[in-house]
Design a protein around this ligand. Structure first.
Ligand SMILES: C[S@@+](CC[C@H](N)C(=O)[O-])C[C@H]1O[C@@H](n2cnc3c(N)ncnc32)[C@H](O)[C@@H]1O
Length: 437
């Protein structure tokens, strides 16, 4: 998902209103991806950009709201202000944002055109004017006292502090930044160098990412200035996919060979299924529990021209065997459901949605899927366990538990915990080989 405001086709006031409503839905527990998926194409880029920035600067904007409105305002006003304030913060840091008077005018317009906030037009006007002056004054001073502008719940911070005492702070600051756009070139259609040339012909600058955690990548490209996918040459005929570089090492570690019988046990939306098929013509079962997400796998495989008789997309529960025909797999990719704590830079709603108790429940689901998948693997076969989490409870602790439970599991070399950086999200990788004849 990219979050650059590449189109200002929607008036800013309307975008502020829609974004404030999207924030309201996230606060009620809805995933932002789901909310954004419902928008019209012309609304999405600007609303996504505003909403991402709102979530990334939540702590800072709420300090400012509190400073000027000591008694918390009704949520509709709070959300409107929390969308508008980051626009000042943006224009004061990189000068690329909207002019201050435009932000105030458009936010006040948004306020007066929406019934639940109409009454607060004067208040919003006054607060935004004061905030804009303060932000301009502070532009050259570092932001005290805690430079993490994004919201992370206390239990989340405590987990990272305990497990990454030296880098936890830097990690959270990193995750509050705008993430660059990372592409995976479809090697069935282009080499990376050839696609980079195509991008350069249309004026899009890209640079290769050569490796992540010691694993070489030959299809990853980084675009510092994200563009909508519609501007990427050949996107609709499958030339490239948007996929983080940390996710691109999964297929490489599993090393698919032509004819391998592979299970992608938790497959939707199919990013890693497709990468495996781009690398080799294998016999693929893409399994997914969620019926709605299942449809995305077929859509992706169609776009990438990877559908064939050797590919089966199946709805089923990987922790059970009801869907299985009893034939063992050569290789299994288990990209387990997890907290997604490693991909916050691209999904800033996640810290608002997760609860501490989720981690234990996820651990149990991950263990159930690991145990069942192992039964479906041939002796001599490989299982790659992946999460996009930075919590050791979902990563190394699970790998240790699995090894202790399965005497026939030989642990092979794999990156283990990968922390988020500018080029990759946070992931965990463990690779097991099944001993046997
Ligand atoms: C991390 S996502 C997979 C991402 C995917 N591998 C990709 O690269 O595009 C995990 C997926 O597992 C699915 N899932 C959760 N529990 C499952 C289960 N018991 N069996 C199969 N799929 C499951 C979720 O619906 C979700 O789509």
């Amino acid at each position: 998902m990219t979050d650059q405001a590449t189109s200002r086709s929607l008036p800013l006031s309307e975008a502020i209103t829609i974004s404030a409503q999207a924030i309201g839905e996230v606060m009620l527990g809805r995933s932002l991806t789901e909310v954004l998926d419902q928008l019209d194409a012309h609304e999405r880029p600007i609303v996504q950009s505003l909403t991402f920035d709102t979530l990334r600067k939540w702590v800072r904007s709420h300090e400012l709201i509190k400073q000027f409105i000591p008694k918390t305002p009704p949520v509709e006003v709070e959300y409107l202000l929390s969308v508008a304030i980051p626009l000042f913060l943006q224009s004061s840091t990189d000068g690329k944002g909207y002019a201050v008077h435009t932000i105030v005018d458009q936010a006040v317009k948004a306020c007066s055109e929406y019934e639940p906030t109409m009454y607060a037009k004067g208040l919003v006007n006054a607060v935004l004017r004061k905030v804009s002056l303060l932000v301009q004054e502070e532009a050259n001073r570092p932001y005290p006292p805690d430079p993490i502008p994004m919201f992370f719940p206390p239990w989340w911070r405590a987990n990272l502090k305990k497990n990454y005492s030296k880098v936890w702070h830097a990690m959270l600051i990193q995750q509050a930044q705008r993430a660059p756009l990372i592409l995976r070139v479809n090697s069935q259609q282009y080499t990376r160098a050839a696609y980079q040339d195509l991008l350069s012909e249309v004026g899009i600058a890209a640079e290769p990412i050569e490796d992540i955690a010691g694993v070489s990548l030959d299809s990853a490209l980084l675009l510092r200035e994200p563009v909508p996918v519609s501007e990427l040459p050949g996107f609709y005929s499958g030339a490239v996919s948007v996929q983080d570089a940390g996710a691109q090492i999964a297929a490489i570690l599993l090393d698919p060979k032509p004819g391998d019988r592979i299970l992608d046990a938790c497959a939707a939306p199919g990013g890693k299924t497709a990468h495996l098929l781009e690398l080799a013509q294998c016999e693929m079962t893409a399994l997914e529990l969620d019926g709605e997400r299942l449809g995305k796998i077929g859509g992706n495989l169609d776009r990438l021209r990877l559908q064939s008789d050797a590919v089966r997309v199946v709805r089923g529960d990987a922790s059970k065997s009801a869907w299985w025909d009893g034939k063992l797999f050569d290789k299994i990719l288990l990209d387990a459901p997890c907290s997604a704590s490693g991909i916050v830079a691209r999904h800033p709603d996640i810290p608002f949605l997760r609860r501490e108790a989720d981690i234990g429940a996820l651990q149990l689901r991950q263990r159930a899927i690991l145990a069942q998948s192992w039964k479906m693997l041939k002796p001599g076969g490989l299982l790659l366990y992946v999460t996009c989490s930075v919590f050791p409870e979902e990563g190394e602790m699970q790998a240790l538990w699995f090894s202790a439970q399965h005497a026939d599991a030989l642990r092979l070399s794999a990156p283990g915990q990968i922390l988020p950086t500018e080029t990759n999200d946070g992931f965990y990788y463990a690779l097991f080989k099944k001993n046997g004849p």
